[in-house]
Structures are given as C-alpha cells and as structure tokens.
Design a protein around this ligand. Structure first.
Ligand SMILES: [Zn+2]
Length: 617
C-alpha cells in the first residue's frame, strides 16, 4: 500500500493559494470538510460475500461512499494505491468475553467488532458509552449479552463474578427484563450439565430454558446458547434457540442434526479454536510463531495462546465439531466465526485468524470463511451498518497483502486497518508491545530477594505482622474500587502448630461490587506492586482457621495485570494447612508476583479468620 501524498498536498496547496478566506467561507457555508476520507485504489475487494479482482473504494466521513471504478475523486482526497492487496470488511468475532484491554487487542488484528457472550454489564456499558462518544476508534466495537442465564452453581458462576441466576420458568420474564434494562444486546443461555468435561453441575431445566427464549423473543432479543453436548444442542434448537454459541465436541453429529438446525433457521458459531483447546490441543501455538502476528502479541497473549484446557476425563474432540461444520454447510446453516477469547489457547483478535484457518479445514471455501467473519454475523445479529463493503456501510476496513481468497492465512498479513475511516496506528501498538515484553523479560531474569530463599514469608513469632522480605502485610479492601467493605488485622496469641502468635483478620463485606473483598495483602517487593521473581518456589502454603466461611487466596502478577488469579479455601475451627501450586493461579510460574492476598467476599457479611506460617515452597 502506498499513500499518494502528492494529491493531498496539491489539495492543501490549492486551498492556501486561492485564499484562506475561501476555505473558511466554505466551512461557514456548511460544505462538508472531508474527514476520514480517502480512496483505496486497485485493491482486490472481498465485499463480505464475493471477491472482485480490482475495485476502488471511496470512504468519506468514516463511511463508504462508493465502490467501483473510474469515479471522479476530488483533488484533496488521499488516494491509497493497493495494487496486489486485498480489502475486506473489518472482522466480527461472534464469541468473545470482553474485559480489560481486549477491545484494543482485538482491533490491532483486524477485529473491528466483538460480540461478547458474557461479561460484566457495567463494563460493557462503559465501553458502549465510549463508542457513542466516538472515543473508541482504537478499539473494537462491542455488542454484549451482559450476564448469562444460568442456575445457582451452574456454568458461568465459577468465575468469582456474582451472576443473577434463575431456576423456574416463572422467573424468566423478569430476568430478561433486567438484562434488557442493563443494555444486553442479546440473551445468552447456558444449557450444560458439565458431563462432556467430566463435571456434574446443575443446569436450567428444559422448561426454564424455553421460557427464557420466549421472554427474549417477546422483547426482540436473540437467544444464543452455550450447550455442552449434542443432546443439549438439539434441545436448545427444538426450544427455539436463534443460534449456538459453540458446537459440541462430545460426539459425531447424528444424521438428522444439520437438517434440524436448518429447519429451525438457527445459526451456529462453532468456536473450533476453543474446541481444540478443550481437546487439549494448544490451538493458538502456531499464531505465536507466525511473524505476521507475533510482533503484536503481548507476553500474556503468547502465554495464553500456548495453553489448552488440558486432559479431560472424558475425551471431547474438536474433530467431531469439524465434521458437524461440514454437514451444517451442506444443509446451508449460517456459520459464524467466533473464538471464545480469552479462554486458554486463544487471544482477542489474533485467534480469529486461527478460527478462519480451522473453518477452511472443515470444508468451507475461503470466501465462505471470510463471510463467516463479516457479512454473515452482521446479518444474523442485525448489525446492518457493517460486515460489507458497500455504499453507506461503516468504513471498518482491513487491507491485507496477498489474496486470502486463495490462502486464508493471508488475513494475518495486515497492511492497514481502519475503524470508521480512522486508520489504526499499529506501529505504535507494536512499539508498546515490544517495550512491555522487554520489561517482562527483565523481570523474569531479576534475582529473587535474598531473604526469600527460605521461603518463609511470615510466622508472626515476633508478635507483629512482619514479613521476612518485601514490604509486609497491610489491610486491603474494595474501598480502592469504590466499595464499602472494611477489614482489620492484628496479631493474636495461639498460632498453628502450638506456635505463639498468628495473624487475625476480620471485617465486613458490604457487597454492591461484583468482586467485593476485604482482607490482608502481602507485598513481596520493596514498594507496593513492584514485581518480584519468586519462580524458584512452586507452591503457596499456609495454615488457617476461623468461622467456617470460604475465603480466597489471590495472587497478583505483573503479567496478569489488574485481575488477580484466585483459589478458595474453607476454614474450620481447628488449624488446617492449605497448599496451592503457584501454577494453579492462572498458570503463573511466579516470576513476576506483585501481591498475595487472603480475603473474604464477595458474599456479604461479617467474617473472621486467622492465618499463620505463610510460606512459599
Ligand atoms: Zn464463551
């Protein structure tokens, strides 16, 4: 791609030469000033459905004004020569869980819209407000289900974020009303008893599931399903599901499955990339060594792409899903590309390129796969302003080197991308990633604090809340996040293993925040949130007792950012030892630990526990 700056300069010069007054006058007369306006010339254009060998695409004010050949372009409009490149609509990832920096990461890889299938609705509302104010041009657009529909203890409740659950058909209308009030764009429903993955968890009854679908439809919302197995998928489709947010990986498709989906006019988001991960294949590993993608991946992205869910007691297989995709294609069921990022084996944005590759491996033509990430999700999710290169559509555009309609991996070779006609500064992002990766590397090679060699953090035998290294223990509560929970700590007599002292922690969880907490925090670095290399240790070991409630041990790492990894433990009236491998905290190797916490919450109410002999081993 080359920018024809000559035309631009001629345009500018002409304006200055004629008279500055003329330019000002034009603005005063409401003649539109070209903003986010340019022409991409001679690109191969995939318009969302078909490919044409060479077209010009004219963008004006962030929208596509014209597509074709030989239109007369005003002199001041920038012309981008894209001979040999392919222009595509920005990708729509139809299954993500969006939080943190996800939307920024997604955009850099050409995903201009993410369809989130469960996140905190307050977070989604914040992002959508930025969108509405035009402050999101370096981030993917977001559509979201907000919370998902599940039962107490069902899938979706295990992540530490309280989810409003329901158990009977009568609750469905009010439940859906609450989601609509929160801004949900569609309704996500969980129908999965965990058996495919060797777990046995409660799930919605068929009657309740049907009532939620009906309530969603009555309010003009799509009902989209997470299912666990083929039978669940059939139940959901028979009950009126609009789409499946995953395929099943428990069995080969039955002979009638594809025709059943077709007869109900439902769509399917196979999420082959996460099904690979579920089948213990690190789906994203090949992306981390692809030079077209690797420079834009953060250290955390790379670590997560190399992960999988690991061995399951049952043997789900992504190959079953590929067979199902083949049969769905024959039955003309709409297939949508979705990644389920950021599950193990995935990363926002990058994984869409793996999903496209897997869809082609499942029998889709390159054009069909590209449509699955553009026009098809736009149609199924009623996003009428995007997913196509046509006059009037948003200029969410992706220009890649080569021809993805012949080699699907060419989508990774991004030359330029635009959101609403604003070009994304990928070079700046790449530089930022490089500097963060360098910092992370320096942390990995840093020596551990010498006082941490024994592994003992605190036995409290000084009678004070001291620690052998770092900057000691302090009370931590959700007040830093606007919460009202309170906590206190004091050293008390009667430690574990007949020792003299232990640390007593009590407080009151006020609630109101999804992650409400109060408790104690140990900072291993010389100042708060400095990271320390504790990778010579393999587990966190401590003794605890208390009021019978369940508490959380939380580990913050620099690479994990602001979201802690956590493990829960339930204390009894007698001292008991607990041990958690460091790797059980989101797979960390402990090289960049910034804080270790023991906290109550998010359940509200008063709490009290004691802790002693906190060690790393
Ligand atoms: Zn998901």
């Amino acid at each position: 791609m080359t920018f024809d700056t000559r035309q631009k300069f001629i345009g500018a010069a002409r304006c200055t030469a004629i008279l500055i007054g003329t330019c000002l006058l034009s603005i005063g007369q409401n003649v539109p000033v070209p903003r986010n306006s340019f022409v991409i010339r001679n690109a191969r254009v995939f318009d969302g459905r078909n490919v044409s060998s060479s077209s010009d695409v004219w963008v004006q004010d962030g929208y596509i004004k014209a597509v074709g050949m030989d239109f007369k372009i005003p002199a001041q409009v920038t012309v981008i020569n894209a001979t040999g490149d392919t222009l595509l609509p920005g990708f729509i990832d139809s299954h993500t869980h969006t939080w943190g920096d996800a939307s920024r990461e997604a955009l850099v890889f050409g995903v201009t819209t993410e369809l989130d299938m469960f996140t905190n609705p307050h977070y989604a509302a914040t992002l959508k407000k930025q969108e509405a104010e035009g402050k999101d041009l370096n981030m993917a657009d977001l559509r979201s289900s907000g919370y998902l529909a599940t039962v107490p203890g069902g899938h979706g409740t295990e992540y530490g974020m309280p989810v409003p659950t329901l158990t009977s058909p009568g609750e469905a209308p009010a439940w859906v009303d609450a989601r609509v009030a929160e801004g949900s764009d569609y309704i996500k429903i969980i129908y999965d008893d965990g058996s495919t993955y060797g777990r046995h968890i409660p799930t919605l009854s068929k009657e309740t599931m049907k009532a939620i679908i009906d309530a969603a439809h009555k309010r003009g919302k799509l009902a989209v399903f997470h299912i666990g197995d083929q039978q669940g998928a059939k139940d959901a489709i028979n009950s009126g599901a609009d789409g499946l947010a995953h395929l099943f990986a428990d069995s080969e498709p039955n002979a009638d499955f594809a025709s059943l989906v077709a007869a109900h006019h439902a769509f399917v988001i196979p999420t082959l990339t996460v099904l690979e991960s579920v089948s213990s294949i690190p789906s994203g590993e090949s992306l981390t060594i692809d030079p077209r993608l690797e420079p834009y991946l953060t250290a955390e992205n790379i670590a997560n792409l190399k992960r999988s869910f690991g061995q399951r007691p049952t043997h789900p297989s992504e190959r079953y899903a590929e067979t199902t995709v083949r049969e769905l294609l024959v039955a003309h069921v709409p297939i949508l590309a979705g990644t389920d990022s950021p599950n193990p084996g995935t990363a926002h944005g990058a994984s869409i390129h793996r999903e496209l590759e897997l869809l082609v491996r499942s029998g889709m033509t390159q054009e069909q796969a590209l449509a699955a990430a553009t026009s098809v999700p736009a149609k199924e999710f009623h996003l009428n302003d995007r997913g196509e290169i046509a006059p009037g559509k948003r200029a969410d555009l992706l220009l890649v080197k080569g021809d993805p309609t012949h080699d699907i991996t060419a989508t990774r070779d991004i030359v330029a991308l635009w959101k609403l006609g604003t070009q994304d500064d990928r070079a700046a992002y790449q530089a930022e990633v490089a500097s963060r990766r360098k910092q992370a590397e320096a942390v990995r090679e840093a020596p551990a604090p010498p006082e941490s060699a024994s592994g003992v953090i605190s036995d409290f035998e000084s009678g004070k809340p001291d620690a052998n290294f770092g900057s000691g223990w302090s009370v931590s509560t959700d007040s830093i996040a606007g919460g009202k929970s309170t906590g206190t700590m004091k050293v008390v007599a009667g430690g574990a293993n007949s020792s003299r002292w232990a640390l007593d922690v009590s407080g009151d969880i006020a609630g109101g925040l999804p992650f409400a907490w109060a408790g104690i925090m140990f900072t291993p670095g010389s100042h708060p949130f400095a990271s320390v290399n504790l990778s010579s240790k393999k587990s966190l070991v401590f003794w605890a007792k208390g009021d019978g409630k369940t508490y959380r041990a939380m580990l913050f790492t620099q690479s994990g950012g602001r979201i802690p990894a956590q493990q829960s433990f339930t204390v009894g009236t007698e001292w008991k030892q607990f041990s958690f491998p460091l790797s059980s905290f989101n797979g960390t190797d402990g090289h960049d630990v910034t804080a270790i916490l023991f906290v109550g919450g998010p359940q509200t109410g008063e709490f009290n526990f004691q802790i002693d002999d906190v060690q790393l081993r």
